[in-house]
Design a protein around this ligand. Structure first.
Ligand code: GDG
Length: 478
């Protein structure tokens, strides 16, 4: 490792860039924009930071390189590890287990071994890249063993961890054959951050029960005298950036065009999700179909646009879900659509940011109905796009976002009739009511943007492990 050592290091499964191989065989890196990069980038610049992650390909070692003033440190992952560590243990064991077991988690010992090996590689990389007493911030469920593996080699570091997905209650977590190892992995951090307070409570309770450490409120006391804090930091979006985009003429024009292309119906309903079984896409489309069947809604004046971005297509449960949704959309449109008036417009590919903003602007109702979800950024994006204080957000109680967006039309996605009633209420709400709700939610999301999230987290981290350690400079300072 030749790159200089950094005072601030982010460790995440993916690098904030995608590797693109050109026709002539040369390699380029393309920025992959996302909330996390937007939030962390200013802190990275102010601290000469480094970002450690997988490039998305399965090639051998790539040297660290600088891109947009950030040092990017690629970690190689082999094809077999993509299957076992990523598609297997991360996405077919942990993902369903942490999302209320809405699908059945698979437990395989080889997958676990691969998870340990890849986590060790990330930890080793971080140990090389971090300067003396640096701050290292580890992200998400793919890397839960990294904090302890890193602490073991580098006790001088200040280590943070943030989990983007829910943390399950003890009753579910204890199914995991490697439950104790995962808890001990996380306890390597000084601060374990979660989306919602109940996730943090689940963690502290499990640590007490399964590892036997003393705990008091949100603190864990380790036998060696170290203290670990578990607390909630609800993530958010780049509110100002998205609003600016939504306000451009091009987006406004495209929003109008979308409504025209849909036949100018009275109600445009919108769903935007990765095609994932936790997102409740099936239930939501079924509810809409039933509303048409029962004559509450007519295809002459309402249409549902569902964007479902392809995701984890090599994992079996995602293939099954895709077939189920294909069949359901086909059946609803076949049974209930008319010429030029399908009930559902289903788009199974990824859309550019501008198109997403235009869809948010065009939608009267945004329908977000996950069965379980750490936060759900789509709900916040819709709210920020509605700078006209209009539009209605239908939101599952089981999305982390429901903790903040109390003025949404809230529902239980398992309750079909309840869901139908709430969707109808959102469609039929008066303008004055829509405005009252939207205004309140916009205030929340604009005040609590993703930069505030990162700042609050890093402040808290420097409080758990204070003083003689280096401080992370806030964004903008050099
Ligand atoms: C995990 C947690 C938590 C989707 N399709 C397209 C597109 N998107 C963008 C959305 C949104 C993001 O992807 C999805 O974020 P979510 O929060 O909704 O869901 P997950 O991917 O499951 O994220 C979640 C999040 O981490 C952050 O902590 O909130 O709970 O599960 O930004 O707009 N963007 C573009 N084209 C698409 O087709 N450009």
């Amino acid at each position: 490792m030749s790159a200089h050592q950094a005072d601030f290091v982010v460790v995440a499964n993916r690098l904030p860039v995608d590797r693109v191989v050109n026709d002539d065989g040369s390699v380029d890196w393309r920025r992959s924009p996302g909330g996390l990069v937007t939030a962390i980038e200013p802190v990275m610049r102010a601290n000469d930071g480094a970002w450690i992650g997988w490039s998305g390909g399965t090639d051998t070692d790539v040297e660290p390189f600088v891109e947009d003033e950030m040092t990017l440190v690629p970690v190689p992952v082999s094809a077999q590890e993509v299957e076992e560590f990523y598609e297997g243990f991360s996405n077919a064991t942990l993902w369903p287990l942490y999302h209320d077991v809405v699908a059945k988690p698979a437990f395989h010992r080889e997958w676990w071994e691969s998870y340990v090996a890849v986590n060790r590689r990330f930890a080793d990389r971080a140990a090389e890249v971090a300067a003396e007493e640096a701050t290292v911030w580890v992200q998400d469920y793919q890397l839960q063993l990294v904090p302890a593996m890193l602490r073991e080699q580098r006790p001088d570091l200040r280590i943070g961890f943030f989990l983007h997905i829910p943390f399950p209650p003890a009753e579910l977590f204890q199914q995991l054959p490697w439950r104790r190892q995962l808890l001990e992995g996380l306890l390597g951090a000084d601060l374990v951050g979660f989306q919602r307070p109940n996730n943090a409570q689940n963690f502290v309770r499990l640590v007490r029960q399964r590892v036997g450490h003393k705990t008091h409120r949100d603190l864990v006391y380790l036998p060696d005298g170290r203290m670990v804090q578990a607390a909630a930091f609800p993530i958010s979006i780049d509110s100002a950036g998205l609003e600016e985009l939504a306000r451009t003429d091009a987006v406004e024009q495209r929003a109008k065009e979308i409504r025209e292309q849909l036949g100018n119906p009275r109600h445009v309903l919108l769903g935007v999700d990765r095609l994932d079984y936790t997102k409740g896409i099936y239930n939501r489309l079924r509810a809409f179909g039933e509303l048409i069947e029962e004559g509450e809604v007519s295809v002459e004046d309402a249409v549902f646009v569902q964007v479902a971005t392809p995701s984890r297509e090599r994992v079996e449960q995602y293939r099954i879900l895709r077939d189920d949704i294909d069949r359901l959309v086909g059946r609803i449109n076949g049974d209930l659509g008319r010429i030029g008036r399908p009930a559902i417009h289903y788009i199974h590919n990824s859309q550019p940011r501008e198109e997403m903003a235009a869809l948010f602007r065009a939608a009267d109702v945004c329908v977000v109905t996950p069965l379980a979800d750490g936060m759900n950024l789509v709900a916040k994006e819709y709210v920020v796009s509605r700078y006209d204080n209009d539009g209605a957000l239908v939101l599952s109680e089981f999305a982390g976002a429901a903790g903040e967006l109390r003025q949404a039309f809230l529902l239980n996605p398992y309750d079909m009739n309840g869901m139908k009633e709430v969707i109808l209420a959102a469609m039929r709400a008066e303008r004055s009511e829509r405005t009252k709700r939207m205004r309140a939610m916009r205030k929340t999301v604009k005040e609590n943007d993703v930069t505030r999230w990162a700042t609050k987290y890093l402040d808290a981290l420097s409080h758990v492990r204070p003083s003689h350690h280096k401080q992370v400079r806030p964004a903008g300072e050099r």
